[in-house]
Design a protein around this ligand. Structure first.
Ligand SMILES: [Zn+2]
Length: 695
């Protein structure tokens, strides 16, 4: 009797299947092996998803050398030269890395702190601990956020940072370099209140460091409704003087419109008579705009009515498909628009060097025309706008008008994550909720959304020659999705099917590998050069430390520095000083030149008005800024061989700095901070110290 006849073949088939699966896995190096690999890479026989061509190129070899894509060609037909690593590409779909055009990396500090409030109530809670991180903590926190972004397939960002002292912008850039995350950091003009010329020097110094490392700087002037008009203009001037683009929060919610109206009316009342005719006319027109409805949802309904009217179109043929009375109802609703500042920003020159318009949830039809004229890029953050109950940005209208839309996650405190897959999904869903039975434009299909998340983001960054597509000559910023993943089934041969699955179904666990600049940063869903658990624990520790220091009764930050000056390089320091902050700074002049020490101490950054450029001062007066602020200045000669010290003890609202030369007190600088129950957490002094060769 032949025993094989009665042999049950099922276990054998299963065994073969598992062997086959494990053999496949063997083609892929382990995480440890990947760690030791440097040099050239070939991703062989991979399906390349091409959002620009709206197609999937199957069986391609991507060859990467020196961080750059050398070739993309049908498998076996390209460059024959052997590479240091060959990845079996048949297991993957390759997509250009995501470009996240708006985030606040530092907000990993405040994730989930305030999930149920609108922007204006949310800000104090989220920002409260932000100014109390040490330099090292700020760096580590930004690093954690960079790695989190990479784990989600994000390879470049436009980060909108905060600044509490002179090292912060460099620390964000350093964290991006260390992790391999590309992109740009936004230099918040208002946070760096230095004399105009010194600020410009400081900006150029930081930008040079960024550019040397393939990152860049943008300027942020702060949202117009939150700052005095001269401050806004001074920020715009920094961008126009340096020729760099601006990235700023624009009309994020209805309250921004109300606040803008109050800002303009107040400024006109105080300074209207001293303004140039052109500026005055602009502001008067804004001041005459009706207030937005008192209930935000009505303004949102009005906004939605405009989206639907835009989609229905202006031709009578299209309109005839709909009931006349319904159209009239929409038109009446659409008229409930609030004030805007877009024409004023154009008037001030804000759009001259490129502008990434963050959020932009409440723009008027006229604003859209201005954006078209200046090639402005919209940054859309659907999750953040939903989270903070801000509204649904009318991106269907923007896309229809030809204004490019890019995607951001916003910070991890208004989201609460840094996940472009989730943002893409919500982007399409929210517009459908508004439009219902009215068809959306093509740009909102899955290919359009993938373009927004890749090449359009690259253009907003002004880096479309470097990133945004998988093409020879571009930086190798690539995400490898697992082919055959559970989520992305069933899959047909139609390329649209794969695009739809990436946008609507893929999860971050489907991201197997992430490369930036040709280096593998994520492999098998894990960070290649960092321990995720350690990073996670550190974020919680940093949050505990910063929160503890933000309580006035507790020990605050320490500014301890000991330095010698040996050459002509100037030392520039600017710091946010809370009452419990202590300082012990010692600088010895070992150069052969007499130096000059200049110190400016002021209560709150508003005193920065002192430092506005002469152009700002002459165009937009703001006398109150000076009379209401306490500003103490001192300067002293600092001869060769002597030692300068600056000291502050922990204390109450009286902020006192002692400046000494060779242990002789030269001057005591004092300001008293105001009290404001609501904003107490943000009330701080600013100190600015410059040591340079005496002129
Ligand atoms: Zn933001």
């Amino acid at each position: 009797m032949k025993s094989s006849r009665i042999f049950n073949s099922r276990p054998l088939i299963l065994l073969l299947f598992f062997l086959l699966v494990s053999c496949h896995q063997q083609f892929l190096p382990s995480l440890d092996e990947i760690r030791s690999i440097t040099g050239s890479i070939c991703i062989r026989n991979v399906s390349v998803i091409d959002p620009v061509g709206e197609t999937v190129l199957e069986g391609m070899d991507i060859v990467i050398r020196d961080g750059v894509i050398q070739s993309v060609s049908p498998s076996g037909e390209g460059i024959a030269e052997k590479t240091d690593l060959e990845i079996a590409g048949e297991h993957f779909y390759a997509l250009p890395g995501f470009v996240n055009t708006h985030t606040h990396l530092w907000q990993h500090l405040s994730r989930s702190v305030s999930p149920s409030e609108q922007l204006q109530q949310w800000i104090p809670k989220v920002y409260r601990p932000a100014f109390h991180m040490t330099d090292e903590e700020f760096y580590e926190l930004n690093l954690a956020a960079c790695y989190d972004a990479l784990l989600h397939g994000i390879t470049s960002v436009i980060d909108w940072s905060i600044n509490a002292d002179e090292k912060k912008f460099e620390q964000v850039i350093a964290a991006m370099i260390q992790s391999g995350l590309g992109g740009a950091v936004t230099f918040t003009h208002t946070a760096v209140f230095l004399p105009a010329e010194t600020q410009l020097r400081e900006f150029n110094r930081v930008r040079e460091y960024a550019l040397q490392n393939d990152r860049d700087l943008f300027v942020a002037h702060l949202p117009p409704e939150r700052i005095p008009i001269p401050t806004l203009y001074d920020g715009i001037l920094l961008a126009t003087t340096t020729g760099v683009p601006i990235a700023e929060h624009i009309l994020e919610n209805v309250q921004c419109q109300r606040d803008w109206l109050t800002t303009v009316q107040g400024y006109l009342k105080d300074y209207g008579d001293s303004l140039q005719a052109g500026d005055k006319k602009f502001l008067e027109e804004i001041a005459a705009t009706p207030e937005p409805p008192s209930i935000d949802a009505i303004a949102a309904m009005s906004q939605n009515a405009r989206i639907i009217l835009d989609l229905i179109g202006s031709s009578s043929e299209e309109r005839n498909q709909y009931n006349e009375n319904d159209i009239a109802y929409l038109e009446a609703l659409a008229r409930k628009t609030g004030p805007t500042y877009i024409p004023f920003l154009e008037h001030l020159g804000a759009f001259d060097n490129g502008y990434v318009s963050i959020h932009s949830a409440f723009l008027t039809p006229g604003d859209i025309e201005i954006y078209k004229k200046h090639d402005i890029y919209i940054n859309h953050n659907p999750e953040s706008n939903a989270y903070l109950a801000s509204g649904i940005a009318p991106i269907a209208s923007y896309i229809q008008a030809g204004v490019p839309v890019t995607i951001g996650t916003d910070g991890a405190a208004s989201n609460d994550r840094i996940d472009m897959l989730a943002a893409m999904r919500l982007m399409s869903h929210l517009q459908k909720v508004v439009a219902l039975n009215v068809p959306l434009p093509e740009g909102l299909d899955s290919w359009g959304i993938l373009q927004s998340a890749t090449i359009e983001g690259a253009k907003a960054l002004q880096q479309e020659n470097r990133i945004g597509t998988i093409e020879p000559g571009k930086e190798a910023d690539i995400v490898l999705f697992r082919a055959g993943s559970f989520e992305m089934q069933p899959l047909t041969d139609d390329p649209d099917c794969l695009a739809n699955l990436i946008v609507n179904s893929a999860e971050s666990r489907d991201i197997f590998a992430v490369l930036t600049d040709g280096k593998i940063r994520v492999w098998n869903n894990q960070l290649v050069d960092m321990n995720e658990e350690l990073l996670a624990r550190r974020v919680t520790q940093i949050r505990d430390n910063a929160s503890s220091r933000s309580i006035p009764e507790n020990k605050g930050r320490e500014w301890i520095e000991e330095q010698t000056v040996t050459d002509t390089t100037a030392i520039i320091r600017y710091r946010s000083i809370y009452p419990n902050y202590t300082a012990d700074v010692k600088i010895t002049n070992e150069s052969e030149y007499p130096l000059e020490v200049s110190i400016v101490l002021s209560d709150t950054e508003k005193a920065g008005g002192l430092f506005f450029s002469s152009e700002t001062k002459s165009r937009f007066p703001y006398k109150k800024l000076f009379t209401n602020s306490q500003v103490k200045t001192c300067s002293m000669e600092f001869p060769p061989g002597s030692t300068f010290t600056l000291k502050k003890d922990s204390g109450g609202n009286l902020i006192q700095f002692q400046a000494s030369l060779d242990n002789q007190v030269h001057e005591v600088l004092e300001v008293t901070l105001a009290t404001d129950p609501e904003w107490q957490w943000s009330i701080r002094a600013m100190i600015y110290l410059e040591i340079k060769v005496k002129s």
